[in-house]
Write a protein that binds this ligand. Structure first.
Ligand code: SAM
Length: 285
């Protein structure tokens, strides 16, 4: 006996998005692992489904592994559901899936909505390669550090953002990435679904005075692969530094100028500029 685990994607707004297959899978389950039973009961009631539910959220997921073990032993079927969208995508379920695999259960993910994928394909930004980042860290320093790591990413980037953090996230994005094309995909599958497309600076201006309501996903253009900043090597930056020294510029001015030009961190250019300056001074003696 090893049982089955269905990973069930549920609607993110429009209940018509629940598929016939999803409904059958829930019906066939011995019980449902639900992120929040108060949310899932509404969905089950809407579809006339009566199911035993066990809560499974980020604070008790580890405690639910025992229930999964017992289900596997009995050859039972378990359905894993988030409040909305696909479980595990910025939602609980990773430990459950890992354990199900370890227990030899048959793991069946069911197709259904996930906000990030709808946002991406509707954004008008390249979809051939992309990076899903989920939520940025809350603390501003950690947020900026993460963005720094992503600054030269050429693939389209996707973030989940809470409405009250939009302006803070956009400001950090503008400081680290400069201005770029972005898309805010708001209230997906709902009555007021909207795609707002434009630059970061346009959005900052727009939402400085306008309150953004509902749920949304932020899609950000990657840095073009052909951009000099991606391809420029340390040697090339050194050559540029020497040229600027020849033009009489100081280490500080050179660092600011070239960091901007090559989209490098100012501190990295500064380090190279100091090194070049030391070499020049040595050679002069
Ligand atoms: N597991 C979910 C999924 O597959 O999309 C995501 C859960 S995460 C906790 C919630 C975030 O998803 C929201 O803060 C928002 O960024 C995004 N989201 C969920 N529903 C959405 C919707 N209808 N429209 C836009 N964004 C949505």
């Amino acid at each position: 006996m090893s049982g089955t685990l269905f990973i069930v994607a549920t609607p993110i707004g429009n209940l018509d998005d629940l598929t016939i297959r999803t409904r059958s899978a829930i019906e066939s389950a011995n019980f449902v692992l639900a992120e929040d039973t108060r949310v899932t009961i509404k969905l089950l009631n809407h579809f006339g489904l009566k199911k035993h539910m066990v809560s499974c959220h980020e604070h008790n997921e580890a405690d639910r592994l025992e229930a999964l073990r017992q289900a596997a032993e009995a050859g039972h079927t378990v359905a894993l559901l988030s409040d909305a969208g696909t479980p595990l995508i910025s939602d609980p379920g990773y430990q459950i899936v890992r354990e199900a695999i370890a227990l030899g259960m048959t793991v069946i993910p069911l197709p259904g909505p996930s906000a990030f994928l709808l946002a991406l394909v509707g954004s008008g930004l390249p979809c051939d390669k992309f990076v899903f980042e989920g939520f940025l860290p809350d603390k501003l320093s950690a947020q900026k550090a993460r963005l720094e790591e992503l600054r030269t990413e050429s693939r389209t980037l996707i973030f989940y953002v809470s409405p009250h953090k939009l302006v803070k996230n956009l400001t950090a994005l503008s400081e680290v990435f400069g201005d770029r094309q972005i898309c805010l995909a708001r209230e997906l599958t709902k009555l007021h679904e909207e795609f707002v497309r434009g630059t970061i600076s346009f959005m900052l201006k727009k939402y400085a005075t306008e309150e953004i309501r509902g749920e949304f996903v932020l899609v950000v253009a990657g840095l073009p692969e052909s951009d000099e900043s991606v391809q420029v090597t340390e040697d090339e930056v050194r050559v540029a530094i020497r040229a600027e020294f020849d033009a009489g510029r100081s280490v500080k001015d050179v660092s600011a100028l070239l960091a901007d030009q090559f989209h490098w961190k100012k501190s990295d250019v500064y380090r190279l500029a100091l090194d070049e300056q030391t070499t020049l001074t040595k050679n002069e003696h």
